[in-house]
Design a protein around this ligand. Structure first.
Ligand code: NAP
Length: 203
């Protein structure tokens, strides 16, 4: 017999959703970890503006960080500004586009990287740093790791940042893999599209 407290509704993602439990409840429990000294900072991942507003309405502690997919093809500027205005540090996931990155073939990115005599990856990292976010490129290749640290002297002009921010192609490298019941809060299930109008229009 089905447990009345459990809604096994998200069969596609093979997840069980507890009817009387939401992320604000999870956050309340995470805040207790701070109180106990077991954690020094707590944060969220893949939250959009609506979910952050819901969280902040009842949170005692503002998330230290929000990690989410961010890159030149998914800049989510509105969401980044929202976080920064609330004192939430932003960390991009997939800042290089994950393995088999399509970014290396983007003509705008390549042209600006070439003009500076730098790699596409170095350019993408500086783009993230100039937006006030911290970048966490993942690599198992020694030469890549060294080159990802070798960013001194690479700065981008406002005009170059504008060109990068205006790249028309909008997409997520990981697609929509997040469990919708958890990460989408509005009627259309669009919260994790992050309030970036350009991205929504492109869908
Ligand atoms: N928020 C979320 O939902 C979420 C989900 C998944 C992952 N993440 C986080 O996102 C971070 C990165 O994710 P990711 O590994 O998928 O993506 P990524 O850092 O964007 O890309 C990693 C890929 O880029 C290559 N690479 C790294 N430096 C390079 C360079 N200088 N030149 C050429 N290629 C280079 C790596 O290959 P080599 O190893 O050969 O260098 C690897 O194939 C992880 O730390 C993870 O914690 C977050």
């Amino acid at each position: 017999m089905e447990d009345p407290g459990i809604d096994p509704i998200d069969s596609e993602n093979q997840t069980i959703v507890y009817k009387d439990w939401g992320f604000t409840d999870t956050w309340r429990e995470m805040e207790k970890l701070l109180d106990s000294g077991k954690a020094r900072a707590i944060g969220v991942a893949n939250f959009g503006i609506q979910n952050l507003e819901t969280l902040l309405a009842s949170a005692r502690v503002v998330p230290a960080v929000c990690q989410l997919e961010l890159h030149v093809h998914c800049p989510s500027t509105k969401l980044v500004n929202f976080c920064q205005n609330k004192g939430i540090h932003v960390t991009p996931a997939f800042c290089l586009g994950s393995p088999s990155s399509p970014f290396a073939h983007d003509m705008t990115v390549k042209a600006i990287a070439d003009a500076h005599g730098k790699t596409v990856q170095q350019l993408l990292l500086v783009w993230g740093l100039k937006r006030g976010t911290s970048v966490i490129p993942k690599s198992v290749t020694e030469s890549h790791i060294e080159s990802n640290f070798d960013l001194d002297g690479l700065d981008l002009t406002e005009e170059e940042m504008n060109r990068l921010d205006s790249i028309p192609d909008r997409y997520k490298v990981r697609g929509e893999w997040l469990p919708e019941k958890v990460f989408s809060s509005d009627a259309e299930g669009r919260d994790f599209y992050d309030g970036d109008n350009l991205f929504e229009e492109a869908k």
